[in-house]
Design a protein around this ligand. Sequence first.
Ligand SMILES: [Zn+2]
Length: 232
Amino acid sequence: MCEHASSHIPPEFNQLGLSDDVANSHVAWDPGALPVARRLADDLDAVLIFGTMSRLLYDCNRPPEAPSAIPARSEVFDIPGNTDLTEVERAARVAQIYTPFSLALTEEISRHRETLRLMVTIHSFTPVFHDVEREVEIGVLHGEDARFAQAMMQAKPRNAHFCIRLNEPYAAADGVAHTLDQHGLANNLLNVMIEVRNDLIATHADQRAMAQFLTGWVKQALDQFNHGEDAA
Ligand SMILES: [Zn+2]
């Protein structure tokens, strides 16, 4: 799963009134997340669902009723094309972007119902946020079901040289657990959100290495989880 995979804004939206710099920045998408998610999905033999438009048009990890689903401001930037939208305009964004995304996810989950066990969603975050440098390099986040995030923290590779933290740089209270709760928990899937600092996945080689690291780690956590269940 990769909700913020794309920075694409169709021409009819006039780039939401943003400069090229902002429209291509981490404000508009999660740089590096999709290539990591693709490799992870390949290595885990998983189905990958990803967003195809900028989260500034509609953030697919937010429910339609959340103001942040179509943000009028992101970090330090106002989003002119999202200001003073009418109910009709908001509903059109939901229908064009969120509904198909959510339906695709629902359909894939029901299609693979028999074998599906785990949902992993891959995101990236900026190293500097509101002028503050972030120390955390990989965040493991959970929604209402903390089981798999905790299994991952327990299975953290001993030789990992990354700064890995639970529920950083965001947590469910920031509204980031929508997909996890809506599609993971509701379908009784183990679920976890992995946030990678985007400077660590800026090149193909780094993306490959990160995917490999995450694959081994997720497998280890699944193993531990299965053994824990056997013991219970
Ligand atoms: Zn994201």
